[in-house]
Design a binder for this molecule. Structure first.
Ligand code: PMV
Length: 311
């Protein structure tokens, strides 16, 4: 049996503006992972059976078309890893990354499938090739992805990302202690991105100015991350949340969790990912992680946890 995995991710600053060519910052969340195992099936048909336990899906590959994300990732990886697959295989997918919550579960699933298929066929694929394939799948999830999810998950390193321009992994100056809380409302990234696009079309100058302001904050936060200036990073996260509120992608439950994390001593807190639901993220001193976690649970977080991103 062959196994491979891929991490979740959190956007530290810059979501939404990144779709409009501004830079953004993301980190992998190594404690959350999608695991993919591949083993031979005792069958004389060269076919592939996919079992996605957490998605409650199981199917033969030939039953699904190319618009199915799992089938698409599998076919792209097979095409890159082998010229023929005469065997009958079972691909099993398990994940500890919450689904549709802004933590990159879709991209992690694609990357883990591609890594596992490459390993099974003993083919080495560059991180950039894996990311490019996962990006094809991201386009099925929502029409205009920036590419930040597939990139940070494939490279598994802190990432400064600007579409079509600049993409740079980097080393953190200090460990990041994070606390994340789910606000209890689910949202679809595609819908939230489409909503922003509609408002941008109606008020282009206002939104372009908001996006530019986010981009400037991201550049300051990039320096703060490299220099390990966590106080400054926290303040920039708070300021970014205000701009996300101005873009109307936050909502009451998310704002309440963000407030409670700040009141409990977080250095900074904001929504992460598409918003309109899903997770918020707080940057904390290690000594206050427990207090902030407790505050989030008391404020109604449905799923809250602490995690660390190490230098
Ligand atoms: O909710 P997620 O994890 O898919 O993140 C979306 C981030 C956006 O900037 C809103 C969209 C994108 O493609 O970058």
């Amino acid at each position: 049996m062959i196994e491979a995995s891929a991490p979740g991710k959190a956007i530290l600053l810059g979501e939404h503006a990144v779709v409009y060519d501004q830079p953004a910052l993301a980190v992998p969340l190594p404690d959350l992972r999608t695991l993919v195992s591949i083993q031979q099936l005792a069958s004389d048909r060269a076919s592939i059976y996919i079992e996605a336990i957490d998605l409650d899906q199981s199917f033969w590959l030939h039953e699904r078309g190319d618009r199915d994300p799992l089938a698409c990732a599998t076919r792209l990886a097979l095409a890159a890893a082998t010229s023929s697959h005469p065997e009958s295989l079972q691909i099993q997918i398990r994940s500890s990354i919450p689904i549709a919550a802004g933590l990159g579960s879709g991209a992690a699933t694609s990357v883990a499938i591609i890594r596992a298929i490459a390993a099974y066929f003993d083919t080495s694929l560059a991180d950039q090739s894996i990311s490019d394939m996962a990006f094809q799948v991201e386009k099925l999830h929502h029409g205009t992805p920036s590419g930040i999810d597939n990139t940070v998950i494939s490279f598994e390193k802190p990432l400064y990302f600007q579409q079509k321009k600049h993409c740079q992994t980097f080393v953190l100056g200090k460990d990041l202690q994070l606390v994340l809380g789910h606000c209890g409302v689910t949202s679809q990234t595609g819908d939230v991105v489409a909503g922003v696009r509609k408002r941008w079309q109606a008020e282009t100058m206002t939104y372009d100015a908001l996006f530019k302001e986010v981009g400037d904050m991201v550049n300051q936060a990039y320096r703060a991350l490299i220099e390990g200036k966590l106080q400054a990073l926290g303040e920039l996260m708070n300021a970014n949340h205000s701009l996300l509120q101005s873009m109307a992608v936050s909502q009451h439950e998310l704002d309440a969790l963000v407030e409670s994390a700040r009141d409990a001593g977080a250095l900074g807190a904001k929504l992460t990912g598409a918003g309109a639901g899903g997770f918020m993220i707080a940057l904390v001193e290690p000594s206050s992680a427990g207090t902030v976690l407790k505050a989030l649970v008391e404020a109604g977080a449905q799923h809250a946890f602490t995690t660390k991103v190490s230098t």
